[in-house]
Every structure is written in C-alpha cells, then in structure tokens.
Design a protein around this ligand. Sequence first.
Ligand code: NAD
Ligand code: DAU
Length: 344
Amino acid sequence: MNLLITGGAGFIGSNFIRFVLRQRPECRITNLDKLTYAGNLLNLKDVEGDPRYSFRKGDIGDRTLVRSLFKGERFKAVVHFAAESHVDRSILDAAPFLETNVMGTRVLLEVVRQYPVEKFVQISTDEVYGSLGASGTFSEVSPVNPSSPYAASKAAADMLCQAYYRTYGVPVLIARSSNNYGPYQFPEKLIPLMIQNALTDKELPVYGEGNHVRDWLYVEDTCRAIDAILQQGKVGEIYNAGGKCERKNIDIVEIICILLEQKIGKRGLRAKIRFIEDPRGAAHDFRYALDNRKIEQTLGWRPQAEFNSSLERTIEWYLENRAWLNSVMTQEYLEYYENVYKSI
Ligand code: NAD
Ligand code: DAU
C-alpha cells in the first residue's frame, strides 16, 4: 500500500503515520505538509529515518506540486488530514480555513480524478453536524448544520468530496470523529493548553461557565478507526467515530489540575481557573455526541481507551516532553494567545 498522507506533521496525522508504520510493514508513506504553525517535524522525529517514510513540504492547494507527486508515485490511497483545525482561529480569520479546507481539498480531488487511487479518506469532524442539546446523538444521516467558520469549511469540504464521488466517481470515504486528545496536540486546544498554562503558572481560562460538553476520543483509537475505514470501509460512505466519553469542560480542567498536582507536587492549581467571557459567542456548540452504530456494526471498531488513564498518559507525555512544548511557544502563538485571551 503506497499512501499519500496530507497534514501528517500535525497532531492526528503524525500519530497516524506512526500507527501505520508500526501496524502495516508493507506500507509506504509520503507525507505532504505545509508546516503551518501547527505542523512540526519534531512530531515525526522517531520515524524520519524509516525507509518506508518520506516527507514533502508543500501546500495541498499547489496543484503543480500535488500533480508532480502523483506523477512520480503510484499512490493507492490518500488520507487527507491537512486542514486549519482550530475553531477560535477561524473566528478571528476565516480566510485560511476556506483556502486550505475547501480549495485545497478541491485541488486534491481534481488531481485524484487525473491519477486515480482506490480510496480517498477525507478526515472530517463531528462539528459539521452543529450543536446538540442535553440529549440525543448525531448519526451519519443527520443534517450538516455547522456553527463556526471552521465547521462550515469542513462541511463544505465533505460536500465537495461527496459531489466528486457522485459526479466523477472519485472513491471518497468520510471519517467524522469527535474531540481527540493525546501526545503531540498543539497547545491551543483545551487539554494541552490547560497543561501548558498550569506548568507555567498561568491562569486556566474556561469559556463561559464550563458547561459545554465534548465527547473525548484518544488519538490511538482515532488511528484505529481511520485504518479500519481505509482498509474495509465502503466507498461513498460516511463513518462516525465517537469516544463515548462525554465530559463537561470544567470537569476536564479540574481533573487535569488534580492529576498534575499529584504528578508534580504543585498545589492550588484549581485556584487558577478563570471563567472568561466566551470568545466563541453564539458559535460555541453546546454539546457533541456521536452515534457509533454504523462503524461498530460494519467495521467492528469501537473506542477502547479508558479516559482517566489515557488522560494521565497524555499528561505524562507533556511532562516528559517539556522541550517539545517550549518549542511550539513561538511569537506567533503568544500573539494568538493575547488576541483570544485578552480578557485575562
Ligand atoms: P493540526 O492543526 O494539528 O494539524 C494540521 C496539519 O495540516 C499541520 O501539520 C499543518 O501544517 C497541515 N496543513 C495545514 N494547511 C495545510 C496546507 N494548505 N497544505 C498542507 N498541509 C497543511 O490538526 P489535527 O488536530 O491533527 O486535525 C487533523 C484533521 O482532523 C483535520 O482535518 C481536522 O479537521 C480533523 N479533526 C480533528 C479533530 C481534533 O480533535 N483534533 C477531531 C476531528 C477531526
Ligand atoms: O469535535 C471535533 C473538533 O474538536 C475538531 O474538529 C477540531 O479540529 C478540534 O479543535 C476540536 O474542536 P473544539 O473546539 O471542540 O476543541 P477545543 O479544544 O478548542 O475546545 C474544547 C472545548 O473547550 C470547547 O467547548 C471550548 C472550550 N475551551 C477551549 C479552550 C482552548 C475553553 O473553555 N478554554 C480554552 O482555552
């Protein structure tokens, strides 16, 4: 299996590359990544010498480059992770989200029309369905109803994928997972942001009253889901993959404080929690929860990780990789932080 992976230097992509190299000795991987602020070659340091892996720096929207990659390699499949992925950044400026998530996806689909593959896995998100109230779940046939520019750009990309499947027969499959956590996640996202802030004596900013609910999925489980979709999924189908692990944001922040206090012997972390005016406003989806029945029944996938021990493992990873954490604290990140968290 000769795979093109886009966005493989990011959080989930780098975990997926490591997973595939470990699980599938016959696989060869080309990783195409632009190395935006979220892309980091340190995420793949341990595999860079593997002869089955190669890296190409570039933009998925650069048609000449993408075409030249397909000309040079006979890719059997594409797993398309590359995206602008953070909701808060999309509220500050939607442009790069449309550029990469929509137009970049279109370029990949066009090139795949010309150089066919057996499968094109579009990595999507539960955010395309919009918000749930206190009860219920989203299934694959729930209507898309995105709230933020990020979610709208992912929904648009999914619809483009479906259109290329129906119109041109491009063999698209769509994977929609819930909130991921684990090693190598960029610290703009809730869990690593709280860990980083706690370690550097900063306040712990919780949006609104912290009652919003996310459904947490350990990244290793996500990798297994994507692999199952890639190996056994049916072309033209959408597969949800949720963590079956709903938690309120405030509960997540509190448990991080408790685990960190135990691990590093620091006291009073919970006193650092600040409830701030919600920077997402009405675009802040209240709750996500996915119905997993389709992927369970057709591909035999279900989440396996236990939340508390996987969160603990994640915290340990960040403690053991302080150099990684420091390396992503760039001027760009500090300016971004100032912008979103100006109220504290
Ligand atoms: P990330 O932000 O950590 O990584 C994104 C990667 O894409 C980076 O390496 C970046 O350099 C690369 N990239 C961005 N623009 C590019 C371009 N124009 N050309 C080439 N590369 C480009 O994201 P992530 O959290 O790993 O998410 C990966 C995918 O999974 C995204 O499509 C996201 O929408 C989806 N997703 C994420 C989650 C989550 O909880 N993180 C959940 C569901 C779905
Ligand atoms: O649901 C899947 C999505 O999960 C993915 O598609 C996105 O790429 C990924 O970023 C993630 O989106 P969220 O917006 O849910 O994740 P985030 O970690 O940014 O926020 C999780 C919750 O925590 C959300 O309700 C907002 C809240 N939050 C977040 C941050 C960064 C805070 O209260 N404080 C914070 O500082």
